[in-house]
Unconditional design. Sequence first.
Length: 573
Amino acid sequence: MPHTFDKSRLPSRYVSVGPERAPQRSYYYAMGMTEEEIARPFVAVVSAGNDSAPCNTTLDFQANICRDGVEQGGGTPRRFNTITVTDGIAMGHQGMKSSLVSREVIADSVELSMRGHCYDAIVGFAGCDKSLPGMMMAMLRLNVPSIFVYGGSILPGRYEGRDLTVQDVFEVVGRYSAGACPLSELTAIEKAACPGHGACGGQFTANTMACVGEAIGLSLPNSNMAPAPYKSREEVAVSAGKQVMELLARNIRPRDICTRAAFENAARVVAATGGSTNGALHLPAMANECGIDFDLFDVAEIFKSTPYIADLKPGGQYVAKDMHDAGGVYMVMKTLFDGGFLDGNPMTVTGKTLGENLEEITWNPDQKVIYDVKTPITPTGGVVGLRGSMAPDGAIVKVAGMHRLQFTGPAQVFECEEDAYAAVEARKIVEGGVIVIRNEGPKGGPGMREMLATTAALYGQGMGEKVALITDGRFSGATRGFCIGHVGPEAAEGGPIALVKDGDIIAIDAVAGTIELEVPEAELATRRKAWTPRGHDYNSGALWRYAQNVGPAWQGAVTHPGAKAETHVFADI
């Protein structure tokens, strides 16, 4: 039976209760709502759906189905949408500067709509990379009962008997530029790689953050890995709508769920699945919304001791559909938990603890995607944090599937991604060198672009294992090879990356977790005196505003003080 709610204790009382709210109620009557519907809690059903890319095209449909669950649970659903910037389309040109900025805009837009309309709870649907953390950041910021729903991954494409993801398309561009394949093969792969609705299928950023949603407790168990075209996604949407009403009745809020231990669990799952390095950017940003100290170094420390157990692309063989068939995120967490790597005490949106949820999972020894922690793919995680004279504020590298974990070579410096990509296309990259791409950080870009077009082209040319690449920007979860991102302080702040010159020796050790610029400090001091920041062309609008406010990558590249500065929380108004 649906719960009965006392709206005098909920935010929606400000727009629906009492004679003085007659003007607001008149708007609800205009939309066909009944007196009974107005008397129920108002539940925001938020969708990042749009026609921008297949990642987002089913979200509105799923959100509309969620209405049924909210109504069954005794609430009144109120739909609204937010934006996305789809990385696969924004990649490799100036559009990528909008990507990370969109995370903040998504969180801000959900916050503003919630505040303006005084909604009592959230069910949020997201599909593409930044919309996932952006949606969860809004939930943590507002702290109303919330459930996060991932729209689901795309099914794998097929070409010549093998599975494809969009990663294959980026890499075939490199093979074509190297003269290693005909245009007809490039065309065939681009037409086959993405067969329908859903987000990128490998363990790239979207699927990484979908795993985080379950691991941190904001998503229903085993709800996020089902591909977008599956009928079960409709069942998930209805269940989320019903369950958020249970959370509202029990006053279980996101900050009750996302404790420090829950963030540590989430970081474990990122490492264990060989997830995107962007996880180390988004987890600190989410923690900021809770007032929890959890930065790149905290994440990296957890990565050091986490076994890599999920054989997923880009470093492995399988895609999200295969992981779903093998038992999903909870199968990963089952073996991690049994091996003592997860804390079972954090609450989840089921109203039970993670440990209680995991008691209902039986380990499946017959699947091939997820290894037992006793026999991992590698004993330490698929993502590694680095620190040293090249990156005093840290850096990060994805090592899943890599064989070479140390690299020393001379720097080949580029002032922006376009310059580096042009050199790759012209076959001017020096084997054995360390490519340095600077001025792509949060402030200096602005926007901290991903570099998948460049890294994939290198791989396509056969150079992926023959060079290293470091940047104050980011990498796509689809990036593979010795590619180090988030180097801080960034060039715009005068960090060491701003001072590197062609030929300087850079030594990287992903086993020891170090990254060193082998230049005497006296020489760096001389260079620092002569250094001036590089300008950019974004001197008005959203990107300018972002550059003024954004903080360092090691703290999540956030744009506001977070919960530590709060004097009140929206849920308590």
